[in-house]
Write a protein that binds this ligand. Structure first.
Ligand SMILES: [Zn+2]
Length: 100
């Protein structure tokens, strides 16, 4: 007979994680991505080539995004390892697999 040993907190986390789909983003990343996608209407995306984009907000501020190197001028993508709103704006039109 297997008896669970550990704190109730770890038990709840283990059960919560067991419900995740194997090929899906973790819930926090999904929520973050949903939030960023709601902001896309505030940006204008202009492609320079297949990997390089300029993303401009309605105040005239612009950022250069390099999709190939996973870099944005705001540096959030490089620092967090998760695409910033500017990168998501560029990627959204491509309908990417967000797991990649
Ligand atoms: Zn950015």
């Amino acid at each position: 007979m297997c008896k669970f040993s550990g704190s109730p907190y770890l038990f709840r986390r283990r059960n919560f994680a067991a419900e995740w789909e194997d090929e899906a983003l973790v819930p926090t990343a999904n929520g973050w991505l949903d939030g960023l996608q709601r902001l896309l209407c505030n940006y204008i995306v202009r492609a320079a080539d297949i990997h390089h984009y300029a993303v401009q907000n309605f105040y005239g501020r612009s950022w250069v995004v390099n999709l190939e190197n996973k870099e944005c001028e705001c540096v959030q993508w490089q620092m967090r390892g998760f695409p910033c709103v500017h990168a998501v704006a560029c990627l959204a039109e491509k309908r990417p697999n967000w797991l990649e």
